[in-house]
Design a protein around this ligand. Structure first.
Ligand SMILES: Nc1nc2c(ncn2[C@@H]2O[C@H](COP(=O)(O)OP(=O)(O)OP(=O)(O)O)[C@@H](O)[C@H]2O)c(=O)[nH]1
Ligand SMILES: [Mg+2]
Ligand SMILES: [Zn+2]
Length: 328
């Protein structure tokens, strides 16, 4: 159906046009143009944004993100639908490119589940980066699942490492799915998990986000890229935010690989709250607030020493505290 259905009747010297108003979800963000669809209907149509919405949020680089639910009008003067309003967001995922930059970018809105996609090698995993993504999801109240991708590349030699990785994050309270688009492992599990929900695939360039979407639904063809042999990292193949509908049910938002990941504003003594396992342990700290660094009777430090909290996670936490100090 063409939503720019305008001409209702030809009346001699002109036409009677009908204005159509509706509510739809942003399924693609291509700079100043958008594609909208009235989910669960999958009939994407183009739309532009009216200037006054554009001006509203000054420290956000994109006023509207994929997943936003917007009001639109079609059939007016413009030959494309015009976005006239934006509904309140259930949640959103946001990032600063660095802690220094004032401007923030909304990655996606109204997300049911974020899949933090990582691979142990090619590109090599960086736990502090993953932890930042997890903390951001905790801050904005978006549930997150970890996908350890490309396991065909290292399943046997790195079994110990995989188990260690799973141990750290399952202990923290996250679900971990191992997957490979080459041998098909984990794909059914991921497909099942994506059903009936709006899912965001996020992670560094080259971890295999777009390849996973293809594997989940072979009818879809997001562009996938190679890993640079020189740098053993991805080349930023996906450059736009785009939602795909899986024929098995549910939606997946493909996103460009994240580079830096600046933390959103939060107080120093708040950061530990977004590490679920530290939050649990901190109930027994002698002092509140406790930064879990130098305070006597700190239950978090005790849990790190006893091995209940992984030293890698604690190191990520200290890194975030340190950076927070530097940039404030
Ligand atoms: N061996 C193996 N290679 C994979 C797997 N998944 C993806 N790859 C390869 O990894 C490379 C990058 O895959 P993409 O799907 O483009 O990665 P991406 O995360 O979408 O990257 P950006 O769009 O740049 O963020 C490609 O060469 C894929 O063939 C996997 O499960 N196993
Ligand atoms: Mg991609
Ligand atoms: Zn403490």
């Amino acid at each position: 159906m063409n939503r720019q259905l305008k001409i209702v009747k030809n009346v001699g010297n002109g036409y009677i046009c009908r204005m159509i108003k509706g509510t739809a979800t942003v399924v693609k963000n291509a700079g100043s143009h958008y594609l909208l669809s009235e989910l669960p209907l999958w009939e994407p149509f183009p739309a532009v944004l009216r200037g006054r919405i554009r001006l509203k949020a000054s420290d956000i680089t994109n006023p509207i993100a994929v997943g936003d639910i917007v009001e639109y009008e079609a059939g007016g003067r413009e030959d494309m639908a015009v976005i006239t309003g934006i509904s309140d967001r259930k949640n959103y995922v946001i990032r600063r490119s660095t802690n220094l930059s004032r401007q923030a970018h909304i990655i996606a809105a109204n997300v049911d589940m974020v899949y933090a996609i990582v691979s142990l090698y090619f590109p090599e995993i960086k736990l502090p980066f993953l932890d930042r993504l997890l903390v951001t999801c905790e801050v904005y109240g978006v549930p997150v699942t970890i996908v350890l991708a490309k396991t065909d590349l290292y399943r046997e030699p790195a079994r110990e490492e995989i188990l260690r990785f799973r141990g750290i994050y399952e202990n923290a309270g996250y679900r971990v799915i191992e997957s490979s688009v080459r041998d098909g492992s984990g794909i059914d599990e991921l497909r099942e998990a994506c059903k009936g929900a709006v899912n965001l695939f996020s992670g560094e360039s080259g971890v295999g986000k777009s390849s996973l979407i293809k594997a989940l639904d072979p009818g879809l063809s997001p562009k996938t890229g190679d890993i640079s042999v020189a740098h053993l990292q991805g080349r930023h193949t996906t450059s736009l935010y785009e939602m795909y509908r899986l024929s098995s049910g549910g939606y997946v938002i493909d996103s460009p690989g994240l580079r830096g990941f600046g933390l959103v504003d939060m107080e120093k003594d708040e950061i530990a709250k977004y590490f679920p396992e530290m939050l649990r342990a901190s109930e027994k700290c002698r002092f509140t607030p406790c930064t879990h660094t130098h305070e006597p009777g700190c239950a978090v430090k005790a849990a790190v020493e006893s091995g209940e909290i992984a030293p890698e996670r604690y190191a990520s936490y200290l890194g975030m505290l340190e950076e927070d100090r530097k940039f404030r």
